[in-house]
Write a protein that binds this ligand. Structure first.
Ligand code: COA
Ligand code: MG
Length: 364
């Protein structure tokens, strides 16, 4: 039997043999590519290809603004009043929602609204994203066909419930087909890991999407941890402490970061519980998440602040970097700074903080 994967591999093969190069993308396309690591070797051959390739599409992409998604907020597509609030929300990423925030009976209305809003609204510095329905819903193709009739296309596409490599292959074929006439269009792609099987397959899913990114159809840029779907999938009950999610949450983070992608943490669905939101956001930021999903305007400021390095943290980092350089010059590897032993890993963490603060300043 011919598998979906073999059909798609056959589909992509002519690009390789005809000498068409995979399109290049900006190195600054992912927050993690900005972070300092011990090992700067490229992870995949496709990344090398991407960095080597040059063409006009690539030049235009290089001008694209870097997007640190500290706040990734859902605005249901059927609710035009809420959609029109986007320019004043001040979020890093506004998600025009087609999936679970929209009832089945409202899907058509949501698609039409989103198509209209894409053309009418000025999103300013906000990353304009669309979350389509998952591949298993049977609704994805219609979402894409209606929404991508807009003249102004989304900067980011979010694909929920990615469970298998075949989901990525099937989506890519569908997406390529819908956008084939949109010359030079190559949005960021963010995938959701929110089932047990998705978690098990995550590494291969990201590898496949990363490999496809080299062809300039989209650029894989992040992973969202879908906590509530995961709870439903494994039969867990949500607790305030969230210990039932800890393994999956950290596994998603680690795998996303291994691929140098943004990692977006879970939603805090209790809109009124701002203290709990603060604790959970600070915890997520400490774990290394880039940002967090949010659902209500009251959550924006708390989440943004939690994922932005504080002034004292930035001062500490700058001072540490300077002290490190001074000690290096005098031949000392490790030294004491504010009572702590400092060596290379701390320097790298300090550099991450400074980089993050520079990037988030630019995003405002
Ligand atoms: N985007 C934009 N504006 C929003 C908003 C959102 N997600 N959620 C609330 N608001 C606005 C409301 O329109 C209201 O504005 P107004 O004062 O001008 O009338 C104001 O914020 C206060 O809203 P509130 O009355 O507290 O909430 P609500 O009943 O209007 O909406 C929800 C509550 C949960 C339905 C809404 O927050 C929402 O739809 N969130 C996203 C849900 C979603 O997409 N889930 C799927 C992903 S997990
Ligand atoms: Mg979900």
């Amino acid at each position: 039997m011919i598998s979906l994967r073999s059909i798609c591999q056959a589909w992509f093969k002519p690009f390789l043999i005809s000498g068409i190069k995979p399109k290049g993308k900006p190195v600054h396309g992912s927050i993690c590519s900005l972070q300092f690591h011990h090992n700067h070797r490229p992870m995949h051959s496709s990344q090398c290809a991407r960095q080597l390739a040059t063409n006009s599409t690539e030049e235009s992409l290089l001008k694209r603004k870097y997007v640190p998604r500290r706040t990734l907020m859902y605005i249901p597509g059927h609710d035009e009043k809420k959609l029109r609030k986007i320019p004043n929300l001040g979020v890093d990423c506004a998600v025009l929602e087609c999936e679970d925030g929209v009832a089945l009976t409202k899907k058509a209305e949501a698609r039409e609204n989103i198509r209209k809003i894409l053309d009418e609204l000025d999103f300013g510095t906000t990353d304009c994203a669309v979350r389509v329905n998952s591949m298993d819903s049977g609704l994805t193709e219609e979402d894409l066909q209606v929404i991508f009739q807009a003249d102004k296309l989304p900067q980011t596409v979010l694909l929920p419930k990615v469970d298998t490599v075949d989901d990525i292959i099937e989506f890519t074929t569908m997406f390529k087909n819908v956008t084939k006439d949109k010359n030079g269009y190559c949005p960021y792609l963010i995938v959701y890991i929110e089932t047990a099987i998705g978690l098990l397959n995550m590494r291969n899913i990201l590898q496949q999407a990363k490999d496809f990114s080299a062809y300039g159809i989209y650029q894989l840029d992040g992973v969202v941890f879908g906590s509530d779907d995961l709870c439903a999938d494994i039969g867990a009950s949500r607790s305030t402490a969230g210990t039932e999610l800890m393994y999956a949450r950290q596994q998603v983070l680690l795998t996303a970061k291994a691929f140098r992608l943004q990692a977006i943490d879970m939603v805090h669905i209790d809109i009124k519980d701002l203290d709990g939101l603060l604790l959970q956001s600070e915890e997520g930021a400490r774990f290394g998440f880039t940002g967090k999903q949010i659902i209500h305007p009251n959550q924006i400021a708390i989440v943004r602040d939690a994922f932005t390095p504080s002034k004292s943290k930035i001062d500490w980092a700058i001072e540490l970097i300077q002290a490190f350089e001074k000690h290096q010059e005098s031949g000392e590897g490790a030294f004491t700074f504010h009572g702590n032993m400092i060596d290379m890993p701390l320097l790298l963490q300090a550099k991450n903080i400074v980089q993050m603060s520079e990037r988030t300043e630019q995003a405002v």
